[in-house]
Design a protein around this ligand. Sequence first.
Ligand code: SF4
Length: 124
Amino acid sequence: MKPPQADALAARKQQVADLPCGGCRACCWHDRVFLGPADDPRRYRWHVEDGYAVLDRRPDGACVYLTNSGCGIHEQAPSICRRFDCRVLALTTPADVMRLRVQQNPQMAEVYRAGRERATTLPD
Ligand code: SF4
């Protein structure tokens, strides 16, 4: 049986994240920001990668909607952006999977670091 904390973390993946991001935008440099069934594709600039709809990226690799002051489409950001919680990701991803993801996309090291740094702000 899974410990209660694991269930609580899994449930948080379904919620809109309430994160103390500060100036951190690490997740906006993720290699793939997926559009989901709840996202109206007419609202976004996107393309297909390996069969998945993902937001376009700037030439430097960041999400096309990232601005100097953060997300440029904040309230209309795709559901994955509104639900993504780097703290949960950092606490639930096995170490070997983390290493693999960082090899595939070095920016993920920053996302995991940001999650660990904020882990103490997760509500019980
Ligand atoms: S849509 Fe906004 S929150 Fe989502 S990755 Fe792009 S800039 Fe970041």
